[in-house]
Design a binder for this molecule. Structure first.
Ligand code: ADP
Length: 724
């Protein structure tokens, strides 16, 4: 590229005009050799030049003039009277003349006019002269980007004017060179435009997306202004069509300061006049008329109408909401030289999309506000939010429930304003469910502004736009704190009732269980008093002893049960189940022998230790073994076994006794339950044994199960976790 800086600031003395000119066209590779030659020539002692053959010099001069004339750059020389003394062809072409026609004349005499020189307004032809005078006083002037009209087209020139000095140092003229940089400027402009374009689109999009509560009309007008100014339009506008697309009315308009607004006149226009444009709209196509003047005769009516309004160029495109054609958006140019490119159409398309999104948002917002206003006085809180959870409506119910006024709430991010306790539910799960099903219902705990927790039944639904895309949410929050309180009270009451009932049962069972042996004791004592026969006396004394024993066992069991009920803390230590069970079974050998029953022991070796309270677990195993002995007839066998299953040790007692009726099975672990309805205490049981066993097994983290068949026998299994 041409580098003007090479000669900037230099005042060059010349001995040969031609060589000097060559020196100036320094950027051209073709001429680089000549430049070198010129300087070399100048540097050589003058005597050497004397030997140079004059013929060769002349030939060289002709060649140089030819090169200069063929240069695409504009080259000219002016004398101190500012008359052209030399001009190359490129320079003369700009004025549609030959170089010779220009010689001896000033710029204005040569046809340069203020109109021809656009650029800087204070420049023009007077600017040229001012520059020239400065050059004559020794300055080097460089003007970038002068706009001129050339063959009816705008061109941009980059011009340098340098003083020419003679050998004495006197300025004898002006050398000018201009390069046509129109194409370079066009490329630069496109680059600048596209980065500004992106910036504008980003600004517009973020402005509207982030707007928390916005005034739609102000937003749209601002958008039209921004794009209008950006592309240099005279008017940007939006039309709204009637439902049947028969008429169109302008609803938004921005105009440049020099353009007359016409929104008032553009109402209820028949769309028939613009039939061709509307046909395109219906197909979803935009229309770009770069030059109204060039519209074909088939569009004469439109052409007349547009020119009447001073419109020379137009870009317009349809606005669709879903599949419905609702209006159009466009740009007008009232200047002839506006040259919009295709990317201007792209900008309009993006802006149209932003507008339709805004419109959807506005309409949905209105719908929601309308519904919300209907529900303003219901006690439930009705809150609508956009996709960023920003509150867009807040009714009286919400004010009451959460303590924030409508003004305080609108525009805030809902989860930031109202805290929700998600400890019982996973917030992400709720959000996922809401986004997939577009609705969610459930109970949550939220907080009033004063910190009071509120139980709410939340019912949220997605708000959808015309395309079915979710653009917000409406949530109804019903206060169920009262219900929750009464539910809690109810639960407590039920629990209390159950306790009372249990207590009543226990008392009545107790009184029965205590009264019976007491009555027997009384009876035995009475009989004992009356009896003189020593044999009979011994019999009554034995009976008395039996009853006292039973009573003692009953009192013991009741005390154990009460202790466990109160939440006794057991002390656990690692225990080997086999050795413990072996110890217990040994204590029953005598009893078994006496009662003519047998007990077999099957131990699985190497059981992992369990963590247990030795006394209490002994009570569990003994009780089950005692029951087995009690309910197994003489001559029959009992098997006690241990084994492991996964991470559990199992203790099992299998008897071949009377068995338990199916209907009794679910109840045998209840307190005072005895399978034999007579509830007699003949077998010495208290009916508390299994209840205590079950409670203890559970306190050890285990479970107890029973399998039984009437007449065949029962198997009780206790599963206990091994020590980890
Ligand atoms: P009890 O002290 O009366 O034995 P338990 O709570 O130990 O009370 O047992 C409750 C009831 O379960 C017993 O009255 C009995 O009817 C029945 N039962 C317990 N173990 C056995 C068993 N091994 N075989 C048959 N019935 C049993």
């Amino acid at each position: 590229m041409w580098q003007p800086s090479i000669i900037l600031g230099q005042v060059i003395t010349y001995s040969s005009l031609d060589l000097f000119l060559v020196g100036l066209i320094s950027g051209s590779t073709f001429l680089a050799g000549w430049l070198l030659h010129a300087y070399q020539t100048k540097a050589k002692p003058p005597q050497e030049n004397l030997f140079r053959p004059e013929k060769a010099l002349k030939k060289e001069t002709v060649l140089l003039r030819d090169i200069i004339n063929k240069s695409p750059d504009l080259i000219f020389i002016k004398n101190p009277q500012l008359q052209i003394t030399f001009a190359n062809t490129a320079f003369a072409n700009i004025l549609n003349k030959t170089p010779e026609e220009l010689y001896g004349k000033t710029d204005s005499e040569n046809g340069w006019s203020d109109e021809a020189v656009y650029g800087n307004p204070q420049k023009g032809i007077a600017g040229f002269e001012k520059d020239d005078k400065a050059v004559l006083s020794g300055e080097v002037i460089q003007n970038f980007n002068i706009r001129i009209m050339y063959n009816g087209k705008v061109r941009f020139l980059n011009t340098i004017k340098t003083p020419i000095q003679d050998e004495t140092g006197t300025i004898v003229g002006i050398l000018g060179m201009s390069r046509d940089i129109t194409e370079q400027k066009r490329l630069e402009d496109i680059q600048i435009y596209s980065s500004q374009f992106q910036q504008l689109v980003t600004n517009l999009a973020t402005e509207f997306i982030n707007l928390r509560s916005f005034n739609f009309d102000i937003g749209v007008n601002h958008m039209l202004q921004q794009i209008g100014e950006f592309i240099g339009a005279s008017r940007t506008y939006i039309y709204q069509f009637s439902d049947t697309v028969d008429t169109a009315s302008m609803i938004y308009e921005w105009t440049s300061p020099s353009t007359k607004p016409q929104i008032d006149a553009q109402q209820n226009l028949s769309t028939k006049i613009f039939r061709i444009t509307f046909d395109k709209f219906k197909r979803g196509e935009e229309e770009f008329i770069p030059s109204v003047v060039d519209l074909p005769p088939s569009r004469q009516i439109e052409k007349d109408r547009l020119l009447e309004q001073g419109i020379y160029a137009r870009i317009t495109l349809p606005l669709f909401q879903g599949d419905t054609l609702i209006g159009s958006m466009g740009f007008h140019a009232t200047k002839i030289d506006s040259n919009w490119a295709d990317y201007t159409v792209d900008l309009l398309k993006i802006v149209a999309e932003i507008y339709v999104n805004l419109l959807n948002r506005k309409q949905v917002g209105e719908k929601i506000r309308h519904h919300a206003s209907l529900l303003a006085n219901v006690t439930d809180a009705i809150i609508s939010t956009d996709m960023n959870m920003i509150i867009t409506s807040w009714n009286h119910g919400a004010e009451r429930l959460y303590g924030y006024s409508e003004d305080e709430a609108i525009g805030k991010v809902f989860p930031e304003l109202v805290r929700t306790d998600y400890s019982e539910r996973h917030q992400d799960d709720i959000i996922n469910e809401f986004f997939t099903k577009k609705q969610w219902k459930g109970e949550l705990i939220r907080y009033h502004r004063d910190g009071t927790p509120i139980h709410v039944l939340v019912s949220a639904s997605g708000v959808l736009d015309a395309n079915g895309d979710m653009i917000g949410a409406v949530s109804v929050n019903h206060d169920i704190s009262e219900r929750k309180r009464s539910e809690k009270q109810q639960r407590e009451l039920t629990l209390q009732n159950e306790r009372i009932q249990l207590l009543e049962e226990v008392i009545s069972d107790l009184s029965h269980d205590i009264k019976t042996p007491l009555t027997s004791i009384q009876l035995s004592l009475y009989m004992l008093k009356k009896q003189s026969d020593p044999e009979k006396q011994t019999e009554y004394l034995n009976r008395l002893e039996q009853h006292v024993k039973h009573l003692t066992k009953l009192v013991e069991d009741i005390l154990t049960m009460t202790r466990l009920d109160k939440g006794a803390k057991l002390v656990f230590k690692p225990l080997d189940m086999n050795s413990m069970v072996e110890g217990i079974t040994n204590t029953y050998q005598d009893v078994l022998e006496m009662k003519n029953k047998t007990m077999q022991v099957e131990f699985s070796p190497n059981l992992d230790p369990i963590l247990a309270s030795e006394t209490e677990l002994r009570r569990v195993f003994s009780n089950l073994i005692e029951n087995a002995i009690t309910y197994t007839p003489p001559g029959k066998a009992i098997i006690v076994r241990t084994y492991s299953d996964n991470l559990e040790n199992i203790f099992e007692v299998e008897d071949s006794g009377i068995g338990i009726d199916e209907k009794d099975l679910p109840y045998i672990f209840n307190r005072f339950y005895r399978a034999d309805k007579a509830r007699d205490t003949s077998k010495g049981g208290t009916g508390l044994g299994l209840a205590i066993v079950k409670k203890l097994v559970e306190l050890h983290g285990g479970i107890i199960t029973v399998h039984s068949q009437i007449g065949e026998g029962s198997t009780f299994s206790v599963k206990l976790p091994v020590q980890e």
